[in-house]
Design a protein around this ligand. Structure first.
Ligand SMILES: C[S@@+](CC[C@H](N)C(=O)[O-])C[C@H]1O[C@@H](n2cnc3c(N)ncnc32)[C@H](O)[C@@H]1O
Length: 285
């Protein structure tokens, strides 16, 4: 199991948060996942691996696209997220060719030269040793098989972080500079690093296409409710929640007011919209 603290995180509060908030998270990530699925172009009959599949949203989408003659295996280190993914699959009106396994994608003994396509929506940025992990995944793919995943560009280019961070600047001491390559949501922001990791793991034809979109971050029956929903997400689920979650007392109240004001600027047409910037990465095994 993942040895770099990720297993504890994704089996603890973080995993529970993703399950409880799966609708919001899927709504927000849908355009980015769709772009990676379009680049993956799954075909009927293909064998697909969904890495870091979490609560299974893309695994189920892939299963619909490969159909009964294909199959999709979702692997993840988070038991609560996989339990939820299995429930979702069982609730599907039509039987889907999908299976979920609790496994660390970096080290798990996957079937060799088996998969036509390896896919991930934001599930490959948490490996302690990414070259080793991708080499393991490469071995599971058929020669010439396709890799397609979506990962975030740097935190500074993503309003999930930059809006709340700017709002509380001056209210709290500046955080120590983040190590950009440390496992975490933004560790694949640098395209040269991603290319080097994938090439080092044996992949060829590595291409990173920038993909930016408006993400629906807060929803509600009224404008105020949508803004409040965005504030709640920033404090509870977003990547900046680690910083915001530490705040207490008057500073917490001031931070909430500042973050609310920042999201109010983004409220229109029944929602709060923020900009997301990612890489759609494709390569060949
Ligand atoms: C940001 S979430 C994305 C989940 C899902 N792909 C989605 O888009 O909803 C990252 C996922 O990667 C999983 N993960 C992290 N390290 C992993 C590893 N070494 N092997 C398999 N899954 C891992 C986490 O448990 C989590 O479910």
């Amino acid at each position: 199991m993942a040895e770099n603290g990720q297993s504890a995180e994704w089996n603890g509060r973080k995993g529970e948060i993703w399950v409880v908030n799966h609708e919001r998270i899927d709504r927000m990530l849908a355009p980015l996942g769709r772009a990676a699925l379009d680049a993956a172009a799954p075909k009927p009959g293909e064998f697909v691996l969904d890495v870091g599949c979490g609560a299974g949203s893309t695994t189920l989408q892939l299963a619909k696209e490969v159909g009964a003659t294909g199959s999709v295996l979702g692997v993840d280190i988070s038991e609560p997220m996989l339990t939820f993914a299995r429930k979702r699959a069982a609730a599907s009106p039509a039987a889907l060719p999908v299976r979920f396994e609790l496994a660390d994608a970096a080290t798990h003994a996957l079937p060799r030269a088996h998969f036509d396509l390896m896919f991930s929506r934001f599930g490959v940025m948490f490996f302690a040793e990414p070259v080793v992990a991708f080499a393991n995944l490469h071995g599971a793919m058929k020669p010439g098989g396709r890799l397609s995943f979506v990962c975030w560009r740097p935190a500074a280019e993503n309003e999930l972080v930059s809006i709340p961070a700017r709002a509380v600047k001056g209210l709290i001491p500046p955080a120590p500079p983040a190590e950009p390559d440390a496992p975490g949501p933004f560790s694949f922001g640098n395209p040269a690093r991603v290319t080097s990791i994938l090439s080092g793991a044996g992949f060829s034809h590595v291409v990173l296409e920038p993909f930016g979109c408006r993400m629906l971050y807060g929803v509600g029956e009224t404008r105020d409710a949508a803004i409040e929903d965005a504030v709640e997400q920033a404090f509870e689920t977003g990547p900046f929640s680690r910083v915001l979650g530490e705040l207490r007392g008057e500073v917490l109240e001031q931070a909430r007011r500042a973050v609310r004001a920042a999201f109010a600027d983004r409220a229109k047409n029944g929602g709060v919209f923020i900009e997301g910037n990612a890489w759609i990465v494709t390569a060949r095994a």
